[in-house]
Design a binder for this molecule. Structure first.
Ligand code: ADP
Ligand code: MG
Length: 310
């Protein structure tokens, strides 16, 4: 369709593992629409990175077609693909894999422009580098810093600046916030949403965490053992999920265990924790007594016998 930025059809991948061949990605069809955030979620090993790496051409698919902006890029030779390379960028979980620790932030960003914008003068280049840092919330004092002197969140900001500096259409984010603390994670997610709005970007946003994916995505694809098992508008996936696996993922992301069965229910006494039937962390005591609010820190109370973080 006209609206599609990327269309995968019958894309497959098997890997050789010792003497066996394992199928990491079964024959997969997927469309990414211009300007959308498509979330891709599934537990570790479900084939998300394989799909991501095929799209950015870090690896080749065994079969199928990949149409980007109307052209089949799966048949292009490496040198023919070069003109698309800047247009499809990737951000990884570990920025160390994309940030050479021996180079300054300025060097890393300038190098990217030197390769892809050969006619750009030195002064203009520095200007663009400063601008792109500013866009990710880092001032000029970061120019001469090295990746290792930055916090995880700052490093991920630099990785985003690097992905953005060539003004791509599509950014593939593979577990880009998964290594960050929750508060930093939220900042980076909001930054990504702002940048997408500002530049009309399209994201393929990959995470094992459905809560994170549902926060940023317009549509969500759920992957299990190499197949997409459910895909829909984010609201529909969350409010009327149809695949049992999606439900299991959702419950995992909410720290919830499946509802306990009736047999177990009979053993709950009249006084019990109201959340115990769904709580992943429940113990015997939770079925027998009702916890009251207890202050665990100044101004912070919780009605739980086993509060998280203790
Ligand atoms: P995810 O990103 O969802 O965790 P991956 O795409 O990394 O999943 O992996 C899918 C499956 O393919 C896993 O079983 C994994 O062990 C296997 N796999 C991934 N990369 C390779 C590789 N280079 N060689 C062999 N097997 C691989
Ligand atoms: Mg992965």
């Amino acid at each position: 369709m006209e609206n599609d930025l990327l269309v995968l059809k019958g894309v497959k991948k098997t890997y050789k593992q010792k003497k066996d061949r394992i199928t990491a990605l079964k024959s997969t069809d997927l469309e990414i629409k211009k300007g959308e955030v498509l979330g891709l979620v599934g537990e570790s090993g479900s084939g998300k990175s394989t799909l991501a790496n095929i799209i950015v051409r870090l690896i080749k698919s065994d079969d199928g077609t990949i149409v980007f902006k109307g052209e089949d890029i799966s048949t292009l030779k490496d040198h023919e693909f070069r003109r698309y390379r800047r247009d499809i960028q990737m951000v990884f979980q570990d920025p160390y894999s994309s940030l050479n620790p021996k180079k300054t932030i300025r060097y890393l960003l300038e190098e990217c422009l030197k390769i892809h914008e050969k006619d750009m003068g030195a002064q203009k280049r520095l200007e663009v580098v400063k601008e792109s840092l500013e866009e990710v919330g880092l001032d000029s004092s970061y120019l001469e810093r090295y990746p290792k002197s930055l916090s995880g969140g700052q490093r991920q900001r630099v990785a985003i600046a690097l992905a953005l500096i060539l003004r791509p259409s599509l950014i593939v984010l593979d577990e880009a916030v998964s290594a960050l603390d929750v508060s930093v994670e939220a900042q980076i997610l909001n930054l990504l949403l702002d940048l997408r709005e500002k530049h009309g970007l399209t994201y393929l946003f990959i995470s094992h965490d459905l809560a994170v994916v549902s926060y940023v995505s317009d549509r969500i694809a759920v992957m299990y053992k190499g197949s997409i098992v459910e895909i829909a508008k984010a609201d529909d996936v969350i409010s009327s999920m149809a695949h049992p696996y999606t439900k299991a993922l959702f419950e995992a992301s909410e720290n919830m265990a499946p509802l306990i069965d009736n047999k177990e229910k009979k053993e709950i006494s009249s006084s019990h924790c109201s959340f115990c039937s769904r709580c992943k962390y429940r113990k015997e005591r939770c079925f027998k007594e009702e916890p009251t609010l207890i202050e665990i820190k100044e101004g912070h109370s919780v009605a739980c016998f086993y509060p998280l973080g203790e």
